[in-house]
Design a binder for this molecule. Structure first.
Ligand code: FE2
Length: 164
């Protein structure tokens, strides 16, 4: 058995969650499109979307709620599975907290709240899966030494094709 079996198992696991996250982006973008489609100039101004409208009309342009544009800095990777899984766990909790905040703001409007509740539930599942992956990785390493080196670089494991 590969001493880093837990790391090999992560290959497909990461791809599955990554694919699902892109689908989440599509869902959120669709919600934004539906909420902004056909707005009058008065509605745009009253809602505080004036500056956004000037730059993007009502096109969906990914940015944080505070206006910071989406960029590659949103993706963190260190190349160390233990480090990266902790980052993933934090990211899932930050996503859940963001969905909690959105749910408070949308006042239970079902067209928005229902899909956001679904997305929130998925982030909880992702958090649990990343926790399992972290335990698998740590159990596959020398438990006394998994902080002594970077298992992704110092003892690299190549993902086998069709790893499950
Ligand atoms: Fe997630």
């Amino acid at each position: 058995m590969c001493p880093f079996y837990g790391i090999s198992q992560m290959c497909n696991f990461d791809t599955d969650i990554g694919t699902e996250e892109l689908a989440h982006l599509e869902m959120v973008s669709t919600i934004i499109h539906q909420l902004t489609k056909g707005l009058s100039m008065e509605e745009i101004e009253k809602s505080g979307l004036g500056p956004y409208y000037i730059d993007h009309t009502v096109g969906v342009w990914p940015q944080a709620a505070g206006g910071i544009p989406f960029n590659a800095c949103e993706f963190q990777v260190k190349g160390d599975p233990v480090t990266d899984l902790h980052e993933d766990l934090a990211a899932e909790q930050k996503a859940r907290s963001t969905y909690d905040n959105i749910l408070r703001v949308v006042n239970n409007t079902p067209e928005v709240a229902d899909p956001i509740r679904f997305l929130r539930a998925r982030e909880v599942v992702h958090f649990q899966r990343f926790g399992e992956a972290l335990r698998n990785v740590q159990e596959s390493l020398d438990a006394k030494n998994f902080y002594a080196f970077s298992p992704g670089f110092d003892a690299p494991v190549i993902c086998p094709p069709n790893a499950k």
